[in-house]
Design a protein around this ligand. Structure first.
Ligand SMILES: Nc1[nH]c(=O)nc2c1ncn2[C@H]1C[C@H](O)[C@@H](COP(=O)(O)OP(=O)(O)OP(=O)(O)O)O1
Length: 209
């Protein structure tokens, strides 16, 4: 099983992948990439919880996502991930790299997003709402079968995939189970400006199983 084109480590072998239909030639061309980060705090629980931010402005506004942004000149992705986490929700965490994703948009920009994904089991400091993000906790487990007597402070609402980037539902479960992953999605926008996935591929390298 081979990876889609454009990822930094195309020679990896893969044991598990979820993919849309289509051949190798159906992927959009990747002219260049820009490095971004995305960091998630996952409280092991029980109940396992994930911290997401409601993005108030900029690219991906009104979606819930991890905390991240552009890797600046002279920074490593790990340094950028720590800086963005602190800037966007006020906390510090010991972040582990756990995935690399590539996102290509048909209508531009002409560069693709290469996003390095990080996770931490905990954090230090006090969570704050910033101009960019409003942090909120969500249940990582399926809460449909939870005891109804438990309050939202104990079991927060489930991960709001309907208010997230459409690719997230494919790789967040891998993030939650601590499986390293790689993936790619190509997008187009529909007439109302909504992002639609044209093709996708998300997988776990064989060395990690
Ligand atoms: N398809 C996608 N799925 C996803 O889950 N996250 C995506 C995504 N496409 C982009 N992102 C993330 C990557 C990054 O964390 C964020 C975009 O970064 P921002 O625009 O917030 O960065 P900037 O550094 O430009 O922002 P500022 O902090 O305003 O300077 O959106």
């Amino acid at each position: 099983m081979s990876l889609p084109p454009g990822l930094p480590s195309e020679s990896l072998h893969v044991r598990y992948a979820e993919t849309s239909s289509g051949g190798d030639h159906d992927w959009l061309p990747v002219i260049s990439t820009k490095l971004y980060t995305n960091a998630f705090i996952i409280s092991p629980g029980p109940p396992q919880k994930i911290l997401l931010g409601y993005k108030k402005r900029g690219f991906g506004a009104h979606f819930y996502n991890g905390f991240g942004g552009k890797v600046e000149a002279g920074e490593s992705p790990a340094q950028a991930a720590a800086r963005e986490l602190k800037e966007e929700c006020g906390v510090e965490a010991s972040l582990d790299h756990c995935g690399t994703l590539l996102f290509v948009n048909k209508g531009g920009p002409e560069w693709a997003f290469q996003i390095e994904i990080y996770r931490a089991d905990g954090y230090s400091g006090t969570l704050i709402e910033t101009e960019e993000m409003r942090p909120e906790w969500f249940s990582a487990a399926d809460t449909r079968f939870s005891e109804t007597s438990l309050t939202p402070e104990v079991i927060p609402p489930p991960i709001p995939y309907n208010s997230m980037w459409p690719d997230d539902i494919y790789w967040i479960p891998l993030l939650l189970t601590k499986l390293p992953f790689v993936g790619r999605a190509d997008f187009d926008t529909d007439t109302s400006g909504r992002y639609e996935m044209l093709r996708w591929w998300f997988g776990v390298p064989s060395t990690s199983l």
